[in-house]
Design a protein around this ligand. Structure first.
Ligand code: PGA
Length: 252
């Protein structure tokens, strides 16, 4: 099965208007310069930067996504963003259930599932994040934790067209400590096996599973080449055009 890799930049809470717009324009220029690169390229800026970033990448083929959304279409939810607004702005993806949201905001699998369902309803592709902590890995719980988060976070109707999974071991995020290719492939294969149970073999085979956690130009080639790794969700290295593009180039 050939899955088109997705190279996704998660800018987190970084960037002001000028540098965020310049970063987006830089990625757009790289993409335009390499239209044949065999991957989808996505950037996910902080919500207030979305409009400027969408304008900066217009016509380049670079997709833009949110970093979170609410589980309701609209209403009295101060500070939140609806999936419908993300879509209306021009987003095509939204990251959901990132471990920083699970940690900082106590998001549960059930909430992630509800958000993903609402995102699907608005026509967005949900990037559903899962991953174990170091304590869980040391305790031999890695596969069980990831399967359970996957099962709890995937909404009804999830398929390869509307959902991407991101495996992000919490101990590898922003730490410089990347999963070994063996560790990554083991978990990705287990996730795909669980997807077969949840959505059937055809969709499981087509669904993209990204690796995230200290992916850098130095380690990306090895990870992206793994049979069940279909691209990356990149934090720190997505904040520099050259680093982000050095990762994307591995899909060529
Ligand atoms: P990192 O972040 O690449 O800085 O480790 C990845 C992520 O959290 O999505």
């Amino acid at each position: 099965m050939s899955r088109v890799p997705l190279i996704a930049g998660n800018w987190k809470m970084n960037g002001l208007v000028a540098d965020g717009t310049a970063l987006a324009a830089g990625v757009a220029a790289k993409r335009k310069g390499q239209p044949d690169l065999a991957c989808d390229v996505l950037i996910c800026p902080p919500a207030p930067l979305l409009a400027a970033v969408i304008a900066a990448v217009a016509g380049s083929g670079v997709a833009v996504g949110g970093q979170d959304c609410h589980a309701k279409v609209s209403g009295a939810h101060t500070g939140d963003t609806s999936p419908a607004l993300l879509k209306d702005l021009g987003c095509s993806y939204v990251i959901l259930g990132h471990s920083e949201r699970r940690g900082d905001h106590g998001e549960t699998d059930a909430q992630v599932k509800a958000k993903a369902a609402c995102a699907h309803g608005a026509g967005l592709i949900a990037i559903v994040c899962i991953g174990e902590t170091l304590a869980q890995r040391d305790d031999g719980q890695t596969i069980a934790v990831n399967k359970s988060q996957l099962r709890g976070s995937l909404p009804e109707g999830a398929n390869a067209a509307n959902t991407v999974i991101a495996y992000e071991p919490v101990w590898a995020i922003g730490t410089g400590r990347v999963a070994t290719p063996e560790q990554a492939q083991e978990v990705h294969a287990a996730i795909r096996a669980e997807l077969v149970e949840l959505i059937g073999e055809t969709e499981a085979d087509k669904m993209r599973i990204l690796y995230g956690g200290s992916m850098k130009p130095e380690n990306a080639a090895q990870l992206i080449a793994l049979p069940d790794v279909d691209g990356g969700l990149i934090g720190g290295a997505a904040l520099k055009v050259e680093d982000f593009w050095a990762i994307a180039r591995n899909c060529g």
